[in-house]
Design a protein around this ligand. Sequence first.
Ligand code: HEM
Length: 559
Amino acid sequence: MTNPFDRADCDYLVLVDDRRQHSLWPSALDVPAGWTVAFGPAGRPDCLEFTATAGPDPRPASACPVGHRPARPAPVSPDASGPQAAARHESTRRRDSIMTASTSTVSAPPTMAGHPLFGSLMDLQRDTLGTYLKALRDHGDVVRFTVGPPGMRAEFYGVFSADGAQQVLASSAQTFSKENRFLGELRQSFGNGLLTSMGDEYLRQRRMLQSLFTPRQVGTYGSEITQETGSLVERWRTAPDATVDVAEEMTGHTLRTISRILFGRKNDVDAMVPTVQRNFPRINAYAVKRAFAPVNLSRKVPTPGNLRAAKAHRELYEVCDEIISARRAEESADPTGRNDMLSLLARAHDDDGRPISAEETRNQVLVFLVTGHESTATTLGLTLHLLASHPEVQARAHQEVDRVLSGREPVAEDLEKLPYLTQVLKETLRLYPAAPAQGRITTEDVRVGSFTIPAGADVVVSSGVVQRRPDIWEDPDAFDPDRFLPEHEAARPRYAWFPFGGGPRACIGQHLAMLNATLTLSVLLQNYSFTAVDTDIPLNTGITLRPTGQVRCRLTPRT
Ligand code: HEM
């Protein structure tokens, strides 16, 4: 059996001790006394990058738990010799090669040619990802964009190489802050939860919440997912013309699934789902509009738009707060031992032993609803569409599901026995990453490749672009799950594929997303074959990537 300290395929934590030293620890093992979690769970490379970039734990020594030396084997220091050290040195070497690239040729990045008055505004509004891909083709890895008319013109920089993405998200994460205008708007709408918090407050939250998202914890939600999918299968038996819009169906399905995982109780799920369906699209559209408007009035000014948005926020908060206060009262009177995330949050404490306040619980619940449902829905809907359009891939997926499961219900432990389904999902996430671009702001002048980006500049890194680079991906627009055979994956740069982001702010929900997607897909494939009805699927690729029209498939029940 492989030593858990050496496995590359499992998740790790970065632990910090009372001397503020960082160390790697497999997330499957209990955290030893005297150590607390500073980062993770995340892949080994991300943890190594975190240790390389975060420096010593930022908390004052007095705030660090003082304990005995670990009773278990001491966590593996990233400074130790051996594979950890080799990987870290590789990460540092790559960063150095980027940061010190050819001093003599450092220059300002080329500017994307756009409309003489409006720059790239209209192109980006029409097709964001297409405009980035054109910029890569015409100008290369780092490109300056101008947006808007003179006098109100804004600019930002696109970073489109795998090494550049690694630098922005991971190895130089401290130089690329997440604190941009869009984040500020999201914070005003959904509170200061894990998605939007910064600095020490962010680390406190991530440490407190990470245990909710370990593969082991997430695995306990398998039956919630398969039960919801079972209900969907039954409902589809009476679909008119045996045809369903898989994009719409998956949005409803993932919202119900994530709500069940969050709230546990049917009554609460039934109250929350329609409230979210009614109000989230309004709140999202409002936040996006404000984030990209040249100027904004305060949210408090009673304009019709502000009043409509305030009503949507109020409705959402009220239902959420009612559920949370009932659950907190119940858990404090007599802890139930229930496993849904809300009950776990009601019993959770931070490093200093403080319970989570009702307001913070609401913030986290809203963050998980915002981030958790639409992204997984887009991935599942487009996977079904791709399978429906590629019968030979669908046949292989059917064969795997039939062979591994022999008709029984899938469970979390089956994931590693379904490698072809994982390859199919990874290939969908390559072609259609649900969060195709991440925004950051430079905190100082910074060199990326042979270009300098000035301090205070908006920077966008895009998995949607890197994942279609022809120099990394042969025939990049073709759907081919075999690209993710292990030998092919190993030959590519680390940030050739990063649909879940990377570095210290990588997606905390990636195991949950993959579990939800794999189990849902398995049950659907056990029951149906899919044929594409709509072949041309228009996409919005602005902030999130999602279909803008119907994605219909015809269902053929499998006997
Ligand atoms: C296919 C599905 C998903 C995709 C493609 C996705 C993608 C991403 C990406 C790219 C980021 C990084 C954003 C950045 O660096 O600015 C992120 C962050 C995040 N995701 Fe996901 N996500 C998915 C599912 C989920 C789920 C199911 C949850 C939880 C229920 C979740 C919760 C979060 C949270 C809380 C963050 C912020 C993490 C932090 O800043 O520490 N995501 N996600």
